[in-house]
Design a protein around this ligand. Structure first.
Ligand SMILES: C[S@@+](CC[C@H](N)C(=O)[O-])C[C@H]1O[C@@H](n2cnc3c(N)ncnc32)[C@H](O)[C@@H]1O
Length: 366
């Protein structure tokens, strides 16, 4: 298994900077805790940088930027864990050599605990530190140690976000060949085995897994996937989990930014990411529009539409585009709920209105 994946690292980098920028300025938080539970060795033979180096560089950059702009900043305590002591030793010496850490940035600890033992300790640590938020990165070689219930226990603290890398292509191949026990247990944990749908392609497998995670975790938590293509038709996947709607929006921003750069970006008129990989032309419908054509049969407020859009893995700007399109075709009607006039083309689908004016307007199909 290739340890270093450039796309994975770019997503980590983009996201962690967005995350730290927001949290460092938020008045409510005094500390971020970052747990990299399968941290690897830092830098690989081909020179590629692994997760601990990406994290340390981002922390340093955000700190100095905030200082330069005279902004509030935040300490980030990092735990880098790998069951192989030689790997954390290597990470430690790279961080020292490259001067990536100073005590004023936060604590830095190295651990060599098996992931399964480490997880409950991490959950406890997240829970007990007041005014803190945590980010947990789970990047194993395989999936035999990983369970959905572990992710759930982290999310239930309501103080953490989780990024999980899964070798979905291998899982899909095993599913076809007859499941090994590890895959069986993994799936059985999320969905009763009889209800597990058949996957025809590696992308189908990812979609099925994402739906199963969403179903398992319920509406309170947000889940999305970011597909990484390694070789032709070899799809691996980062799953993102959070209980915080704004954190989720920022993750989706990072994801769509990379997708656009790679030419897989979403446009209203064109098929979106999963259908691009899907060879069959019949599937080429706009998934968000299709969703709205059913969701808006009932009248929905701007806050409900904001949350539902994110749950579907789309950004508020995507929703606005689709709503404008539907309005142009005279398929929706927009009603003001507070007596104030509505500007044409304004739908109030954003986080601020979600918090401050959740019931500003309602939209329904005509
Ligand atoms: C895919 S690599 C991690 C790559 C790293 N996140 C990066 O971006 O460079 C997986 C790592 O997990 C470690 N590992 C394997 N099983 C483990 C376990 N049960 N608990 C903790 N670490 C484990 C391995 O030594 C290996 O370094």
């Amino acid at each position: 298994m290739i340890e270093h994946s450039e796309v994975k690292v770019r997503l980590l980098n983009l996201y962690i900077k967005k995350y730290l920028n927001i949290l460092s300025r938020a008045q409510a938080f005094e500390k971020v805790q970052l747990f990299d539970l399968f941290c690897g060795e830092g830098i690989y033979e081909n020179g590629g940088e692994g997760s601990p180096i990406i994290f340390m560089k981002a922390i340093k950059e955000v700190y100095y930027r905030n200082q330069h702009e005279s902004q509030k900043t935040i300490k980030v305590d990092c735990v880098f864990n790998d069951k192989e002591p030689s790997k954390t030793e290597k990470v430690k010496s790279i961080i020292e050599q490259k001067k990536l850490h100073y005590p004023f940035l936060g604590d830095l600890r190295f651990k060599n605990i098996d992931y399964v033992t480490a997880l409950p300790l991490v959950v406890r640590q997240i829970s007990i530190v007041k005014n803190s938020k945590s980010f947990v990165f789970i990047d194993p070689y395989g999936y035999s140690e990983v369970r959905a219930s572990q992710i759930q226990s982290i999310l239930e603290t309501k103080k953490a976000e989780v990024l999980l890398f899964l070798p979905t292509q291998h899982m899909f191949r095993f599913e076809k060949k007859g499941r090994p026990t590890a895959l069986h247990s993994f799936i059985e944990d999320i969905v009763p085995q009889k209800q597990w749908p058949n996957s025809h392609t590696g992308i189908d497998f990812i979609e099925n897994l994402k739906s199963a995670f969403r179903e398992y975790l319920g509406n309170e938590f947000y889940v999305d996937s970011f597909i990484i293509t390694r070789e032709k038709n070899q799809f691996f996947c980062l799953f993102f989990f959070t209980s915080h709607i704004y954190g989720f929006e920022k993750m989706l921003d990072a994801k769509w930014e990379i997708d656009s750069e790679e030419g897989r970006g979403w446009t209203y008129k064109n098929p979106d990411l999963p259908t691009l990989f899907n060879q069959s032309g019949s599937n080429r419908v706009n998934r968000l529009e299709k969703f709205f054509l059913s969701f808006l049969k009932e009248s929905r407020t701007n806050a409900e539409i904001y949350a539902a859009t994110l749950h579907q893995g789309f950004r508020p700007t995507h929703a606005v585009e689709v709503l404008k399109g539907l309005s142009g075709q005279e398929k929706i009607s927009v009603t003001s709920n507070d007596g104030q006039k509505i500007r044409k083309g304004s739908y109030y689908i954003n986080y601020n209105d979600y918090c401050d004016r959740p019931n500003r307007i309602s939209i329904n199909l005509i």
